[in-house]
Write a protein that binds this ligand. Structure first.
Ligand SMILES: *Cc1c(COP(=O)(O)O)cnc(C)c1O
Length: 479
């Protein structure tokens, strides 16, 4: 045993070896040494426990083990994942993915100095809140706009600037919680505004709002209930009616739209989500929405509205606390640029493209994934599941394609089912839960969904260039 122990090389000799030298330019030296030490330690233990019995075993495993460990310990916490859930705006998976133009612009602005707060014409200090405003006004015809870190921040800063110390009238049916930590009553409290609930959970009438108006009313607020729908005996007041009421009493009206869509989805056969332009047409004074939901840009909160109100928000001390950074602005401006031509926006913005993708295109991608899988010995077509004569012992899984529905996600269009196609996998040698776990442990990790004891990989949210890596990950997870 001590003879074999002597075969374990020193850290010094390993780091000088050709196998390891190539990593010196890729990984921090400390990390490489850490990986070497750990591998040597486990080899030593293996020898002492009698698991490793020959010098050959040591020399065969040492470099691959170091390489593997190095890759493990240098993996970033935040990394790419393949979204095979079919949920287009998946909050847990980072919501919208950016367009080519936005990605390029982020890289450009991130890697150089910029005029973030510099007025180029005048050669003096400028303001970051001028960026993106031109396009926002052009696309939506809003009189003015202000951008903050996210929509929760947009609501907070707006309530604070417009209605701090005053009452904000809101329907009980709209006191919702959105995505865990955004609860309207809590946000209201934080802003310093006083919550004035009206109506009941299922019904609120215009007269409920009217009766609640006092000298101290600062704002009438409408909230898009996003991921929550009530049906049956319900009544809510349309934004147009609230605007008329607000005008009558000189009280501003704000709408937290959540997932602000900048194109008219009705044109594409999708109903249920009013566009930002429609809502502005109602004459609402302020409108807030997210940058990374249906808009398909970076995380941001966008506030549109009357110049005088936007100015008050801009000057609020909270505005600094929720201010937007240059990477967001660079991504948002390039995203908005696509909307100057709505026809091309639906092609170039990945969120819209995935949302409106035609079932036959999705089917094509699903078939390509399936074909790659069926080329592998051990994965067989689900069609043969019915033929009881397949008794091949090597079968690891059945795979096929099924028609199903995917969701928009991000609180948008909760009632809309988008027809889709998914690759369905039925593992044979391991359980479904085990397969799902192994898919998550791939590089990149793959997240799918379960239906009827099958793992579904929805091709709606799979990009062309992800088809091969996805198929490989499935194979790796099964074998
Ligand atoms: C999503 C959502 C929010 C929160 O927006 P973030 O951009 O996640 O901060 C607030 N209000 C509504 C109605 C929403 O749908």
């Amino acid at each position: 045993m001590s003879e074999i122990l002597k075969e374990i090389p020193s850290v010094d000799s390993i780091i000088k070896s050709d196998e390891i030298k190539k990593y010196l330019s890729l990984y921090p030296r400390n990390l490489i040494i850490k990986a070497i030490r750990e591998v040597l330690e486990s080899l030593r233990e293996g020898v002492l426990r009698g698991i490793i019995k020959s010098r050959e075993e040591i020399h065969e495993t040492i470099y691959p083990e170091i390489e593997k460990l190095l890759r493990d310990i240098s993996r970033f916490s935040l990394r790419k994942v393949i979204n095979a859930t079919g949920i287009v705006i998946h909050t847990n998976l980072g919501r919208a993915i950016l367009s080519e133009r936005a990605i390029k612009n982020v890289a450009l602005v991130a890697g150089s100095y910029s005029n973030l707060e510099y007025n180029i014409e005048e050669g003096k200090r400028g303001k970051r809140d001028v960026h993106c405003i031109k396009y926002l006004k052009e696309i939506t015809s809003a009189p003015d706009a202000f951008i903050v870190n996210n929509n929760a921040g947009a609501v907070l800063v707006s309530l604070n600037a417009i209605a701090s110390g005053k009452e904000v009238i809101i329907s009980r049916g709209e006191l919702v919680e959105i995505g865990g930590s955004f609860r309207m009553p809590d946000v209201m409290k934080m802003s310093g505004a006083i919550l004035k609930e009206v109506g009941t959970t299922n019904k609120t009438h215009l007269h409920d709002y009217r009766d609640a108006i006092t000298e101290n009313t600062g704002l009438i607020l409408k909230v898009h209930t996003s991921n929550f729908r009530m049906s049956g005996f319900t009544k809510s007041v349309e934004i147009e009616e609230l605007v008329t009421l607000g005008r009558e009493y000189g009280i501003p009206v704000m709408y937290d739209l959540g997932s602000g869509c900048l194109i008219d989805l009705k044109r594409y056969g999708i109903h249920g989500e009013p566009s930002v332009i429609d809502i502005l047409g109602s004459g609402v004074d302020l409108l807030t929405f997210s940058g990374d939901k249906l808009l398909g840009g970076p995380q941001a909160g966008i506030i549109l509205g009357k110049k005088e109100l936007i100015d008050r928000i801009r000057r609020s001390p909270l505005a600094r606390a929720v201010r937007v950074d240059k990477l967001t602005l660079s991504a948002l401006e390039a995203t908005l640029f696509e909307y100057l031509d709505p026809e091309s926006a639906v092609e170039k913005i990945p969120t819209l493209r995935a949302l409106l993708d035609r079932p036959e295109n999705i089917l094509k991608r699903a078939k390509r994934i399936l074909n790659l899988l069926l080329r592998k010995h051990g994965i067989i077509s689900m069609k043969s599941l019915r033929n009881k004569d397949t008794k091949d012992k090597d079968i690891r899984a059945y795979a096929g394609i099924i028609e199903d529905y995917s969701q928009a996600g991000g609180g948008a269009l909760p009632e809309v089912n988008l027809k889709t196609y998914a690759v369905a996998i039925k593992p044979v040698k391991i359980s479904l839960n085990h397969l799902i776990k192994r898919m998550r442990l791939q590089d990149p990790p793959v997240v799918g969904r379960i239906k009827d004891d099958l793992l579904l990989l929805d091709a709606r949210t799979i990009k062309e260039e992800e088809i091969k890596p996805l198929a490989q990950s499935i194979i790796n997870a099964l074998f």
